[in-house]
Design a protein around this ligand. Sequence first.
Ligand code: SAH
Length: 386
Amino acid sequence: MKNTPCPLSKKCGGCQLQNMDYDRQLKYKQALVGKLLGGFGKVERIKGMDDPTHYRCKVQAAFGTTRSGKIVSGVYQSSSHRIVNVDSCLIENEKADAVIVTIRSLLPSFKIRPYDEDKRAGLLRHVLVRVGQNSGEIMVVLVTASSQFPSKNDFVKALLNAHPEITTIVQNVNIRRDSMVLGEIDKPMFGKGYIIDTLCGCTFKISPQSFYQVNPKQTEHLYNAAIELAHLTGEERVIDAYCGTGTIGLIAAKHAKEVLGVELSESAVRDARLNAKLNKAENIRFVCADAGEVMEEMAAQNESCDVVLMDPPRAGSSKQFLESLVRLSPERLVYISCNPETLARDLRFLTKNGYKVKKIKPFDLFPFTKHVETVVLLKKEEPILR
Ligand code: SAH
């Protein structure tokens, strides 16, 4: 696929590989993973997308006013607080973009002003739209600087009139002064206040605050590969470390004896428990704690574990986690990584401590950006009998 570079690419900075056609992007990522991980074994061919455009199912736009008084919405210009006006984006869901443009055009007639951080005046700070890839449900979150919303019902009516496909609208009140997009209070204005989506045969509830992969199509391929590599037979005790809202663990639970999900964020664990109920999964439980500490405790108590699935943040895993993992000594380890550099570092440790890399497969979850995900299967090395 040949692409014409986006006119906003310099100001936005989100798509670093903007100037490469998609085949070259895949080759670039393949080479990057090859360079960092090729020493551990053969790197399989990267799984790209058939259509690499408009994959982002979560779209966020900041709202503001230019000096001449025009309302703009889009992304912050790299390392500044100036907003680059975005009407449509190569990688964002097109419906989500259209909804945001509609909201921008509705504001003047409702006399709603974007929030001005310096003057601390105005109302609308951000709009977040989430689209359920498989369910088709659409959630619109209007992030406001105070809890009022003038002509709320008429605004909702006008928005639904333009986009009847919206299934829920939520007002999120954010009175903070930092750069966090969402505040703590969610007030449903229309519909149930969240959307549902399905991934690998499981159902997930996505609230305004929930973490959920932004490219569900590719995530499905990634998770299916991870589960396949884990080679679950229904007998295994599995740990899903850095489990987020429990996605991988819940999919694994269908094929394992029991799963323990470990996650640091309280709200993610709350969502994970809800997702377990939603999927009637009774063989999974979650603890809210540092994954390294939980692993250390389990190793100290000589607990057994057959398979560890791990999906740490970009920084990779901690020494404490990896050392305890080696002590726990699961047969198989499936490492899902969003950063091949820290992955290489962690693999160096694991391969020096009794594990062997059996498979390395990259996935392109974020076309046009420099990011690449990799799933790696490691197995415990058999002791050499003499
Ligand atoms: N596996 C999930 C989420 C992966 S993102 C999914 O695919 O949806 C990484 C997760 O690790 C985040 O949810 C983050 O909150 C969590 N995390 C970060 N540091 C952690 C730590 N020290 N212990 C446990 N979880 C941690």
